[in-house]
Write a protein that binds this ligand. Structure first.
Ligand code: NAP
Length: 240
């Protein structure tokens, strides 16, 4: 039975991934930061197979403590899903240095911390899967989302470099780049904006967390063993 650690597993895409992996028979470490109640309620649905652990992925000591706890309860992490993220829409010229840094810290440095903590076990056992969650904005850039786009583009670079470095050790590293997915991250959008976005999307709808989680599950599985260093868009055709 594989052990999977999913960052940002308390809500949205991450929460759906927790359900999917747990239902597929995995032990799941559900990382959360602020949403303790949601994390506990979700874990309770899977008696003993889902372990909620709080850590701000931007903080090295908290991430290290999370991996120690995961290892103590479930053993080493076989599959890492770097999903935790925050969004911010703001003119580039209004961004503060603190906002810029926080965006890079959560998305990019967060993945750096988690990958460094996860890899020694994966390399030792000569099997591992890492899947990062970027965004279509990391592929093509989003107006008023410069920090987010830069962090998500960085995540794609990290994914591709790690895929080359860890391939010989039996570890694959891939990236899922969602389009517009209906989660709390969309809460700031009006109904009119949401419907305009759906109209713009070739398949005519916003994506669901489940549709992204299915791609994560596939890339983390045995059947994806010859796929590494790839970016899989789950975006309804919005970015091709
Ligand atoms: P969401 O519903 O807002 O959930 C975000 C998750 O990230 C929550 O579980 C949150 O946990 C966690 N998180 C945030 N900061 C964290 C931190 N510092 N440490 C640990 N966990 C943290 O967002 P979502 O839509 O599911 O997004 C998931 C991922 O998909 C993100 O990386 C996002 O950038 C990416 N994405 C989303 C979309 C979209 O349209 N929704 C599109 C492209 C890419 P707490 O609540 O516990 O703090």
């Amino acid at each position: 039975m594989r052990t999977v650690l999913i960052t940002g597993g308390s809500r949205g895409i991450g929460a759906e991934a927790v359900r999917l992996f747990a239902n597929a028979g995995c032990r799941v470490v559900l990382n959360y930061n602020a949403s303790k109640e949601a994390a506990k309620a979700l874990a309770a649905e899977f008696a003993g197979r889902v372990l909620p652990v709080r850590a701000d992925v931007a903080c090295r000591t908290e991430v290290e403590a999370m991996f120690r706890r995961a290892e103590a309860v479930f053993g080493g992490v076989d599959v890492l899903i770097c999903n935790a993220g925050v969004a911010q829409q703001k003119l580039f010229t209004d961004l503060t240095e603190g906002e810029w840094r926080r965006m890079l810290d959560v998305h990019l440095t967060g993945a750096f911390h988690c990958c460094q903590c996860a890899l020694p076990h994966m390399i030792r056992q000569r099997w591992g899967r890492i899947v990062t969650v970027s965004s279509m904005w990391g592929q093509v850039g989003g107006s008023c989302e410069a920090a987010y786009s830069a962090a998500k583009a960085g995540l794609i670079g990290l994914t591709k470099a790690l895929a080359k470095e860890e391939g010989p050790s039996g570890v694959t590293v891939n990236c899922v780049a969602p389009g517009v997915i209906d989660t709390d991250m969309m809460a700031g959008f009006s109904e009119a904006d949401r419907s305009a976005l759906a109209d713009e999307t070739p398949v005519g709808a916003l994506g669901t967390p489940r549709q992204v989680a299915e791609a994560l599950l596939f890339l983390a599985g045995e059947r994806a063993g010859y796929i590494t260093g790839q970016v899989l868009g789950v975006n309804g055709g919005l970015v091709i």
